[in-house]
Design a protein around this ligand. Structure first.
Ligand code: HEC
Ligand code: HEC
Ligand code: HEC
Ligand code: HEC
Ligand code: HEC
Ligand code: HEC
Ligand code: HEC
Length: 461
């Protein structure tokens, strides 16, 4: 029976990702910068005219799963198959009603902030937050689309995916026995640091693609939680998923109904500073005003409230108490979210290593007023710069001699405090099902500790 499996896929663990610390150099070229802005704004999605669809041949089973907006195309009653939220032989459809259904509470988007905070904006677009939600375009999409290297064959010989580029449009071709259907790629989740996964619209509903692009090895792979050999294109993108990868969206109801024109993509200024319309309007009308009006400066909050801003997305799986996007910087996180699962730094967490929880167990954290910003500058790309991060350790542990292992032949302590004390670790929650078996993308463990195993690994390199 298919129903059970679809449910499994829909409710299966959320995403994850991989290493591949691609150091993205800050690029000063104005041209590229403009290109980036232009791309971030392209909302229109795929021109569905180009998608090619055919009725499934009569030897395949076609079944509509009641009340779930899911169609199943299979060969055997109890086997795998293709799951799509639209009738086989048809296209996903564009929403005829793309405008907002609810009033925007004052989110204006980062370009607006950039009009006055130019430098902050220019540097802010480099690290992962800004790029973690963006439209599919020539310059944002990864992976190979050329015939010969654009096919992903699953372990089931009857199921394969083809990555198609047709003019401005990108699609997944799903091959199942002798039937084929095409699904457009509209939105990217993931900055490419580790991976990109793809979303598409059917009317006002957002769904995730079966295939994800893994940066490491430049390869196509099953999306996290998806089963190799299935072709699942009916997994809805719920509010919580959007809330961690998008700045703003107008939620219409159901599991995954959004107003297409309302999206402000990526994690941008206003998720850490609060909706900025009143602030921007005021300063536009009062250009001489020096004191900031109606905007949250995280550093002026208490330590706990400041860290909780990051905790919206970096404290494991927390279920919403109300709708998404009710939290505002300065609020108590607990008023909007339930406590994270007890084991959410382990296997059940949403593909993050739950930095907040892990860090708070460290003696560095417990014995000081440390926050996330002690080590992370939220407006600059500092990824992969071990020496710089080590300097941050050494604001407190000021001398190399403070390390109990010092001195040691061939170890330049100041170059890398983190390799031994904050090692990269696989997290069971980050499992990707690949044709070669499970892949676990390692993340930086934020529990700062003395770790003999990590030290041995480090010394043996
Ligand atoms: C019309 C110009 C203008 C726009 C647009 C604007 N700001 Fe400001 N912002 C200012 C001025 C002026 C100040 C006060 C001087 C300063 O701190 O730089 C300020 C200060 C701030 C501060 C520091 C607050 C404090 O308490 O010290 C933050 C944070 C901030 N803005 C964020 C934003 C965000 C986020 C946006 C976009 C939603 C934005 N600004 C849009 C002009 C602007
Ligand atoms: C991931 C969260 C986050 C995002 C996104 C973010 N900021 Fe900030 N911002 C902070 C934090 C935290 C501080 C306080 C930093 C400190 O204590 O040194 C801050 C400080 C500021 C300040 C005041 C101090 C300063 O550095 O001048 C301004 C202005 C500001 N941010 C503007 C922006 C703008 C504009 C954007 C978007 C282009 C943005 N921020 C995006 C977290 C964020
Ligand atoms: C609205 C959700 C959200 C908030 C709030 C948020 N983050 Fe993130 N953060 C993300 C997501 C999603 C990613 C993954 C981006 C990617 O690579 O696609 C990320 C990535 C990062 C990274 C890695 C960046 C890189 O380029 O490799 C750091 C560091 C980080 N966040 C720190 C913070 C800190 C510090 C705060 C609070 C000041 C914060 N984040 C607030 C969602 C959020
Ligand atoms: C609780 C917040 C949260 C939720 C919910 C969430 N994500 Fe993420 N996501 C993150 C964070 C944080 C990262 C970065 C991982 C890290 O560095 O810890 C990330 C990373 C990713 C990446 C890899 C980005 C890279 O670095 O290249 C993809 C792709 C992704 N998420 C997709 C999704 C999808 C699809 C969903 C919904 C099914 C989802 N996420 C739900 C917070 C979240
Ligand atoms: C004592 C320093 C320190 C503090 C405090 C800290 N981090 Fe980190 N964080 C690091 C280092 C080091 C890395 C690895 C950076 C790299 O290799 O690019 C990192 C990486 C990350 C990443 C990228 C994901 C990954 O696994 O590589 C995220 C997301 C992140 N930190 C979030 C946070 C959040 C949220 C907080 C606050 C709860 C926080 N960090 C506090 C040092 C710190
Ligand atoms: C805000 C100050 C501060 C920062 C920044 C800081 N620490 Fe600490 N750390 C402390 C304090 C205080 C202690 C407890 C006293 C001690 O052991 O020195 C501690 C303890 C430790 C310990 C001993 C832990 C144990 O369980 O015995 C290690 C290892 C350590 N820190 C490494 C680091 C590394 C690596 C970094 C950077 C990624 C870092 N610290 C950043 C303040 C800090
Ligand atoms: C090659 C691995 C390695 C590197 C690199 C390293 N450490 Fe350590 N560190 C250790 C080990 C192992 C110990 C435990 C030594 C012991 O007590 O026998 C330790 C102990 C510590 C302690 C606890 C000291 C105490 O007396 O309790 C601190 C603090 C610390 N390191 C900080 C740092 C800082 C800061 C850096 C970067 C400047 C750093 N470490 C670099 C492996 C390393």
């Amino acid at each position: 029976m298919k129903l059970k499996k679809s449910f499994l896929i829909i409710s299966a663990g959320l995403l994850s990702s991989l290493v591949g610390y691609l150091s993205l150099r800050p690029d000063p070229e104005a041209q590229r910068f403009r290109e980036l802005l232009k791309n971030q704004k392209k909302l229109s999605g795929t021109d569905l005219e180009t998608a090619w669809q055919a009725e499934p041949p009569s030897h395949l089973l076609v079944q509509e799963i009641p009340y779930e907006n899911i169609w199943f195309v299979g060969k055997y009653e109890d086997g795998g198959g293709v799951e799509i939220p639209f009738k086989p032989g048809r296209y996903p459809e564009k929403s005829q009603d793309s405008g907002p259904h609810h009033e925007n509470p004052g989110f204006v988007g980062p370009e607006k902030c950039g009009e006055c905070h130019q430098d902050t904006f220019q540097s802010f677009v480099e690290p992962g937050h800004y790029k973690t939600g963006r439209p599919v375009t020539h310059s944002t999409i990864d992976g190979k689309f050329e015939p010969g290297s654009n096919r992903f064959q699953t372990s089931d010989p009857t199921v394969a995916f083809e990555m198609i580029r047709r003019g401005e449009d990108y699609l997944h071709g799903v091959h199942f026995f002798d039937w084929e259907c095409e699904v457009p790629m509209d939105i990217i989740f993931g900055s490419s640091k580790m991976a990109q996964t793809y979303l598409y619209w059917h009317e006002d509903r957002l769904y995730q693609h079966n295939v994800t692009h893994l940066t490491q090895g430049d390869q196509w792979i099953n999306s996290p939680g998806f089963i190799d050999g299935d072709a699942a294109y009916a997994r809805p993108i719920p509010q919580r998923c959007m809330e961690c990868h998008m700045t703003y969206f107008d939620f219409r109801g159901g599991i995954n109904r959004y107003s297409p024109d309302s999206l402000i993509m990526g994690v941008t200024c206003e998720r850490c500073h609060g909706p900025g319309k009143a602030h921007a309007d005021y300063h536009q009308q009062n250009p001489d005003a020096k004191d900031a009006f109606s905007i949250t400066h995280p550093a002026k909050l208490t330590r706990e409230r400041e860290i909780e801003i990051c905790g919206q997305c970096h404290s494991g799986t927390r279920d919403l108490k109300k709708d998404a996007l009710t939290y505002r910087p300065g609020d108590r996180l607990g008023d909007h979210y339930h406590e994270p699962d007890a084991d959410s730094d382990g296997k059940n967490s949403v593909h993050t290593s739950n930095q907040y929880n892990r860090l708070s167990k460290s003696s560095c954290f417990k014995q000081t007023e440390m926050t996330c910003v002690t080590c992370h500058d939220p407006h600059h790309n500092e990824r992969g710069n071990a020496r710089l991060f080590s300097k941050r350790c050494m604001t407190c542990h000021t001398r190399e001699e403070d390390c109990g292992l010092f001195p040691k032949d061939d170890v330049k302590f100041a170059d890398n405090c983190i390799g031994c004390h904050m090692p990269l670790r696989e997290t069971a929650g980050l499992k990707l099902d690949s044709i070669e078996g499970d892949v676990f993308p390692p993340l930086r463990d934020h529990l700062i500790r003395i770790d003999q195993e990590a030290t041995d690994e480090y010394l043996s390199k």
